[in-house]
Ligand binder design. Structure first.
Ligand code: COA
Length: 322
C-alpha cells in the first residue's frame, strides 16, 4: 500500500497586525465581545499589493526547504483558495512558475474554508494511485480583501495567511483517511454575491463582500463537525483516545471547543491559533499545523485529526500519522 506522508510544513503571514482594539475604532464592537464570542484577539492583514500568491509562495518555499525537496522534483501543486490573485491562470500556476516547478500539474481548489483540506484529499488520492510521487499542497488567502469593514458581524472574524505541506509517497502512513463533503443547499448562509458570470455588483450595488448568517452557520458547523469526526475515526479504524492532536479549522474557539468535547479531548491536545490569526479560510489548518510542528508540540509518529468547515457548505477532514 502506498501512502502520502507529510515531509515538512511551512507558513507565511502578512506583517501587519490588527488587534480588536484597532477594530473598535472602525465599527461598533469591543475587544471583550470579540474575545468572548470568537476567541480572536488579533489578525494579520495583507499589505497593499501583497497577494494570495505572495503568501503561498513564501509558505511553499519554507515547506520545500525543510523537506529538502527541489521544486523541479514536484509532480503536483494544488492550492486551496477562494481569493485567487487572478480569475485565471490559477494561483497554483503562478506559484509553480515562481518556484521553478514548471511542467508539473498545477491547479486551484475552491472549497471556501475547506480549501486546504480538499486540496490535501485530492493530492492524497493522486499519490495513493501512484500518479504522483511528490506534491506541494497549499492553503492561502487574502480574505480580508472581501471583507466589508462596515459590517461588524463579519469583519471582526477574518484574517490573511498561508500554509503549505510537502507530501511524498511512502510505504508507511502517512495520511490514513480523508473525508470530503459538501451541501450546496446551504449556499445562502455564507457566500460572496459577485463573480465573473453574475457580474461584479449585486442588486444592492455592493461589490465583493462576505455575506453570512453567523448564528445559523455556527449551529450547522458544530453539528456537521461532530458527525465528521465520528466518520473520520471510522474511516481510519481508530478510537478518539488514539488521537494525539486535534488541528481544527480556526474560525471560532467555541466551535473548536465543541469538537474537542465530542472527541473527549482536553484543550491541551488542541492546536489553537484563532486568537492570533482569526479565520484565514484555506490558510487556517496548514497555518495551525505549521505552528504546532515548529513549536515542537507535534512529533513524528503522532496521530493528528485535521478538519475544516466552510462556505458551500463544504466540510472535510484527514487522519494523519505525522
Ligand atoms: N461586536 C459587538 N456586537 C456584535 C458584533 C460585534 N462585532 N457582531 C454582532 N454583534 C451583536 C449582534 O448585533 C447581536 O445583537 P442583538 O442581540 O442586539 O441583536 C449580538 O451581538 C449577538 O449576536 P449573535 O449573532 O447572536 O452572536 P453569536 O453569539 O452567535 O456570535 C458570531 C456571532 C458571528 C461570532 C458567531 O455566530 C459565529 O462565530 N458564527 C460562525 C461564523 C463563522 O465561523 N463563519 C465562517 C465559517 S467558516
Amino acid at each position: 500500500m502506498t501512502y502520502a506522508r507529510i515531509l515538512a510544513t511551512g507558513s507565511a503571514l502578512p506583517e501587519r497586525v490588527v488587534t480588536n482594539a484597532d477594530l473598535e475604532k472602525i465599527v461598533d464592537t469591543s475587544d471583550e465581545w470579540i474575545r468572548t464570542r470568537t476567541g480572536i484577539r488579533e489578525r494579520r492583514i495583507a499589505a497593499e499589493g501583497e497577494t494570495t500568491g505572495d503568501l503561498a509562495l513564501r509558505a511553499a518555499q519554507q515547506a520545500l526547504q525543510d523537506a529538502g525537496v527541489k521544486p523541479s522534483d514536484l509532480d503536483m501543486v494544488v492550492l486551496g483558495t477562494t481569493t485567487p490573485d487572478l480569475v485565471f491562470p490559477a494561483t497554483a500556476c503562478l506559484v509553480q512558475d515562481r518556484l521553478g516547478a514548471n511542467g508539473c500539474m498545477a491547479f486551484d481548489v475552491n472549497a471556501a474554508c475547506s480549501g486546504f483540506m480538499y486540496a490535501l484529499g485530492v493530492a492524497n488520492n493522486f499519490i495513493r494511485t501512484g500518479q504522483v510521487r511528490r506534491a506541494l499542497v497549499i492553503g492561502a488567502e487574502t480574505l480580508t480583501r472581501m471583507v466589508d469593514w462596515s459590517e461588524r458581524e463579519s469583519c471582526v472574524l477574518f484574517g490573511d495567511g498561508a500554509g503549505a505541506v510537502v507530501l511524498e509517497a511512502s510505504d508507511e502512513p502517512g495520511i490514513i483517511a480523508t473525508c470530503l463533503h459538501a451541501d450546496g443547499g446551504y449556499k445562502d448562509l455564507l457566500y460572496n454575491p459577485v463573480g465573473v458570470s453574475v457580474g461584479f455588483t449585486d442588486e444592492k450595488n455592493h461589490g465583493v463582500r462576505i455575506c453570512m448568517r453567523g448564528r445559523e452557520v455556527f449551529k450547522v458547523a458544530v453539528k456537521t463537525l461532530d458527525a465528521l469526526v465520528d466518520e473520520t475515526l471510522q474511516a481510519a479504524h481508530m478510537h478518539a483516545d488514539q488521537i494525539d492532536w486535534l488541528i481544527p479549522h480556526q474560525a471560532n474557539l467555541r466551535i473548536i471547543e465543541a469538537t474537542a468535547k465530542r472527541l473527549g479531548m482536553s484543550m491541551d491536545q488542541v492546536i489553537v491559533t484563532v486568537d492570533k490569526h482569526a479565520n484565514t479560510s484555506s490558510g487556517s489548518v496548514p497555518l495551525a499545523l505549521d505552528a504546532a510542528v515548529r513549536s515542537g508540540r507535534v512529533k513524528r509518529g503522532q496521530h493528528l485529526l485535521l478538519e475544516a468547515f466552510g462556505g458551500g457548505f463544504t466540510w472535510a477532514s484527514a487522519m494523519v500519522r505525522y
